[in-house]
Ligand binder design. Sequence first.
Ligand code: ZN
Length: 285
Amino acid sequence: MVYCKYINFINESSWPEVSIEKIIACLKEVLPNNVIDKAEESQLSLNSIDKEKNFSFFNQAIVQDLKKPLPIYDLNYYHSYYSSIEKKMFTPKNKIEFGNLILYDGFFIQKLLQKLIIKHEQELPFSKLNILITDKLLCTFDESDWRYHARSLICGTPTLISTAGIVEGIAKPPDYYYKLYFFKENPDIVDELKKEYNGQFINYNDHRINDIIEGLVLQALFYFINSGEPFCQDRNCRLFNAHFQDDVIRLNIKEKKICQKHKILINKYNHVLFIDNNCTKEAEE
Ligand SMILES: [Zn+2]
């Protein structure tokens, strides 16, 4: 168990609906002994990183082809398979799947931020969980189906949460995609579907985003508490790795339940932090 006592939010989302204060207030109920804060300024903000200096890096982090992983992935084992796939490569359907958004490799961006942390703090701190909330559409390459997938959460140091990943990376009802595809010539189809499926999925500038981010933060924390395993098998637990929007809304907004096994782990974690806080207080007195 790794005890991240400090949770630090860096919010660079342009959504006015994202309220770190609300997220912190809700998290405090589950994690009363953590120190949870919001940075007004941070060297980890992707928006404030010197773009000129890091231009080549940002350029490298952009995914050009959904079926072609960036060189950071260790694909030696798959080399021959990869070569044959590459020959058959088809034009990605980015447009229909992700609109005109630029896709960034989440692990690549995480690596850049790790370098910045090490530059300032000499090492990666494990007692402090930095959580960057960005509008950039993050994705990671999945070898099981050999393609990139949009992600809402990249666990680790720092943890990355993508608002666009919540909208695009969690599947909408299947009918939605059929209609989007069959009526793609209709320029108003996206708006029409938005009305038809109103409330059934998290959309851009959705006021429910804070509850979803809160759930993702709990998963990010469990990545450390539970030795690299942020998810739960129980479909009714908030730590369930939901791939569908209706599950994400049910788990994080309607039910907000945590299973017995994870409740025990949280209690244990809270208890250790409680003792640690008291020891610190005594030492100061
Ligand atoms: Zn659970």
